[in-house]
Every structure is written in C-alpha cells, then in structure tokens.
Design a protein around this ligand. Structure first.
Ligand code: TXA
Ligand code: MG
Length: 341
C-alpha cells in the first residue's frame, strides 16, 4: 500500500523499519533506517536495484560524523562550511556502517540534505537514513511527491510518502570523494559543482589540492549514476540541435513531444497549426538552475503524454559549466539511442 503521511508518522515508520519516501532539496529519496538490515534489503527490492550499488547515508546537521566515517581535515572544513547542501561526501567508513549499504566497499557516502522537514525527521530519528532516489532503478528520478506515488502505485509495496513540496534543485547531489587533505575527486556532477570550486577556494588553498574530475567509464568504483543508461524515460529520447528543430517538427509523428527552450518558441510561428495540434511542446526555462528544477518533471510529462510509443526530442543545451550536471543526466537518459539528431 502507498499512502501520504505526516512528519510524526514518518519518524515512527522509519524507527519501526518501514520504508518512507522523503523530500530533499535535490530529489525525493526512498528512506530506511541504516541500522535495520531488513529495511535496507527492502529498498534494493523495491527499487529493483543491484545489490552492488551503494546507498547514500543521510544525516542531521549536528550528527556526530565520526560514528560513520573517518574524517580528515579537508573534509571537516568542507562539512563545517558547506553543509547542509546538495553535496554528498565519500569517506572511509567505520564498522557502524554495514557492507550492504556500501556495496562491500570500505567507504561510505554521507549527505546532509538542505530541507527543513527532512532535517527535523533526521534529528528525531537520531541515526543515519539510507535514501537512494525514489524511482525504479534506471528510470527518471522524482522531484515531486506525486512522482513517487505514480512510480510505485501499481506495485504492492508498503511505502509511505512525506510530502515536502517540489524539490528546489531538481537533480541529484554532487558527489565528491575526499581521500586525504590534498585530494578531491568529483564522482557525480550536480548543481553544486560550480560552488565546489568557488566555496572551497575560500576555505583552503586550491593550488595544493589535486582535483580529479571523474572520467566516465574508466571508474572501478560502482556508482550507479555512472551507468551508461540512467535517468531514462521509457520512450526514445533524442537530442536535437536548434538548427534541426523546424525540420524535425515538420516531419514528426502524432504524439511526439518536443522539449524546447522558451527562447525558441518563435520558431513555432513557422509551423502549420495542423502539425502543432498533433504534437506536444514543453517549454523549458533558459536559466540552468531553473532548467534543472524542471527537467525531471518535463521528462515524465513527455513520457506520459500518450500511452502509445512516441519520440521525445529535447533541444540541445549549452555546454558551459553551469549546464554540466544537467548535460550528464540528459546524455544518460538518451544514451541508448546513439543516433543523436
Ligand atoms: O541527491 C541525492 O544524492 C539523492 C537524494 C535522495 O539525496 N540520492 C541519490 O541516491 O541520488 P542514489 O542512490 O540514486 O545515488 C547514489 C549514488 C550512486 O551513484 C552510488 O553508487 C553512489 O552514490 N555511492 C554511494 N556510496 C558510494 C561509495 N561508497 N562510493 C562511491 N559511490 C557511492
Ligand atoms: Mg538514483
């Protein structure tokens, strides 16, 4: 059964080993108490997620991190100055964190979400809460409570949802690994990437730090966000160069969906009404932060537009650093269709 619950019920459900979908500033997470192995196991089952893909442990802002991780100076500085934030940090784990959570690795991913309701929940629960994004493995992550409902309503799992409104950021957190005081690796891009560089420069001498941007595909660590196909709609997603927009709309089939920039709306004046009547256009903001906020909702809307199989075309986004994390998600959502138009 799937139902909406309030904060008090969410706390008691988590404490009694149940699965609760929780809001964060990035996307909704499917949460379980990390000290309850059966509950953690249940998350893998519900998500249909391979057991080798480790989970992020979410903690309250005043939590004693040393219960779960071996902390170094650089990590401590970053945590003190940046958290709560859409920034997950990977550190050496302690024996309090089970191998089921870390995929048998000796590291743990920790995150302190910047969401008031979930901070209250984490404070009352008093321990770490594992929370992968609340979607079936490989599908689009949920940025609204109703996405979680739609995602799991046709299954027979007991899941309760704590509705904390729309997720402000809209795509998953940046993940960094801090091995020691002079080594940071970025394992997953997020909207916090830009701040990682500017904010960390304020607290430490960046020239003394070796920053490795994760090279996709060569990584031996199991990071599910680094699978070639992820975050993907069920219908084919194609990335469309702006110069091909007009022609592709003119040749489109009934029920096709075009996700285009608000700025490109002028082009529609050149298209016949009969064509516009049989396709759907979804407009996206021109600002990267607003685009990230909307993208998963738009991909879901595009996917659910008709029950018939249809194509989704997404107008290519800029290649500047502000768009990098979004580009990463779009590439993975469309990867299986190499034929980018
Ligand atoms: O924004 C987010 O991070 C959301 C919200 C709910 O907090 N959570 C999320 O979780 O995106 P998930 O499970 O969908 O992605 C977690 C990523 C995976 O790619 C996983 O492999 C990686 O974190 N990860 C977890 N522990 C790790 C570890 N010890 N070493 C390397 N990667 C790890
Ligand atoms: Mg995920």
């Amino acid at each position: 059964m799937i139902e909406y619950i309030n904060l008090q019920q969410a706390i008691s459900n988590l404490l009694s080993g149940k699965i609760v979908a929780i809001p964060t500033e990035t996307v909704y997470g499917l949460a379980a108490n990390i000290h309850n192995e059966a509950a953690i196991q249940n998350i893998f089952t519900i998500k249909n997620r391979p057991i080798t893909h480790p989970l992020i442990v979410h903690i309250h802002n005043n939590f004693d991190i040393e219960r779960y991780a071996q902390i170094n100076n650089l990590a401590q500085k970053i945590i003190n100055t940046q958290w709560p934030a859409p920034l997950t940090i990977i550190l050496g784990k302690t024996s309090n964190v089970s191998n089921l959570i870390t995929g048998n690795q000796n590291t743990v991913a920790l995150r302190c979400p910047n969401h008031e309701l979930t901070q209250s929940l984490l404070k009352e629960v008093g321990c770490g809460v594992a929370a992968p994004s609340a979607n079936r493995f490989g599908y689009i992550s949920p940025s609204k409570a109703e996405h979680v409902y739609q995602e799991f309503s046709c299954f027979n799992y007991d899941i309760s949802i704590l509705d904390g409104g729309e997720c402000e950021i809209g795509i998953e957190s940046s993940i960094i690994k801090i091995d020691n005081d002079d080594n940071i690796s970025i394992l997953r891009h997020g909207m916090f990437d830009v701040q990682i560089f500017s904010n960390i420069a304020n607290i430490t001498d960046l020239t003394k730090i070796n920053i490795n941007i994760h090279d996709n595909g060569t990584n031996t660590i199991k990071v599910s966000g680094n699978l070639p196909v992820h975050y993907a709609p069920s219908n084919n997603l194609y990335i469309l160069k702006p110069q091909n927009l007009l022609d592709t709309i003119n040749k489109s089939n009934d029920g096709d969906v075009f996700i285009i920039f608000e700025n490109s709306s002028n082009i529609l004046k050149l298209i016949e009404d009969t064509i516009l009547a049989r396709i759907k256009i979804i407009y996206m903001p021109n600002l990267a932060t607003k685009y990230a906020h909307n993208i998963y909702n738009s991909l879901r809307e595009a996917d659910n537009y008709t029950y018939e199989t249809h194509n989704i075309y997404l107008e290519q986004i800029p290649s500047t650093i502000e768009w990098q994390a979004i580009q990463d998600r779009i590439n993975k959502a469309s990867y299986k269709f190499i034929n980018k138009i």
